[in-house]
Design a protein around this ligand. Sequence first.
Ligand SMILES: *Cc1c(COP(=O)(O)O)cnc(C)c1O
Length: 386
Amino acid sequence: MNSIYLDYSSTTPVDKAVAGAMQVAWSEDYGNPSSVHRFGQKAKVRMNQAREKMASLLGCDGSELYFTSGGTEADNLALKGVAYASQKKGRHIITSQTEHHAVLHSAEYLAQSGFDVTFLPVDELGKVDPQQFKAALRPDTTLVSIMMVNNETGTIQPIREMAEICRSAGVLFHTDAVQAVGKIPINISDLGVDLLSFSGHKIYGPKGIGGLFIRKGVRIAPLFHGGSHEKRKRAGTENIAAIIGMATALEMVTSRMDEENSRLAQLSDWFINEIQAKIKDVSLNGSMASGIPQIVNLSFKGAEGESIILSLDLKGVAVSSGSACTSGSLEASHVLSAMKVDDLLAQGSIRFSLGQFTTKADLEYTASILPDIIDRLRSMSAAYNG
Ligand SMILES: *Cc1c(COP(=O)(O)O)cnc(C)c1O
């Protein structure tokens, strides 16, 4: 039985070096960093070394990195934290329609709590138009949150341009960079963003750890109340081993980024061409020119996404779809809907996400079994045949 993992954007395996570093941390640096004694102080030193390492790789100051339980918490902290801390200035927030649910649902929650939220549309490639974005800014806007790389399509947003517009308007800018870290070069001081979210398990680190860059001087209300950890912005004893693991992971993905990107660009180009040569009515969502080579999102018209996933899984290939099946009725992905992808295409969308262990042979096998699967599913589709 084949066992092919093409779902790296959902999560990645923990790198061996990361697991090794975490093992050491668990057995040797088990002190509580808030403790005054030597065990605590040693753990604190190790944690802050990891923080400094991450800061130098991301282009910011160590004092501006705050550890959280993952990307979801970092996004919640950014949106709610800034919204509540700045509400005397205004209660208007801007985001886009294609954000990850961690941002989208935080924004919807704020909208229900008396904030005014603008959800910006995107073009057919999934990009926010900087001019449209500029026009949405108001005197009472306090925060803009636009993701750097979309998790379903891989589309890269013009973050630096939008951050600059915000800076001159005196509005804070947050970006969810969970899918960007380790895949596109990031230098925070160069980007000019005020807040940036990241996560460990999307970069071959452990699950349950992530963080938020908060530019010095940016006011933020904490989500959790408790001890004075993370300079009172995130109470709770720090997950030292996971922090060390995430820093090790960031170092590894950064060092192999260029090589991996060119290898994966060749693989994904080959894969798209092969699939389109073998199967008709297949379209690419987004474009490889405006996206990352790790994500290939294809729509198989008339074949339902959930069924494709199950059929591929039976043959040992793991992929994802953007659409969620709710009680028999298919709800198309919010990302593809915002990109105005036709419903019949959106329902047949599959995200193939490539990573460190993806080989040409994996993709050859996947491309060899897909035509039969799609044929069989299409033969059962009234919408496709009618
Ligand atoms: C995975 C992901 C998140 C959530 O991160 P977790 O660490 O799983 O909570 C947020 N945003 C994007 C774009 C993601 O891909």
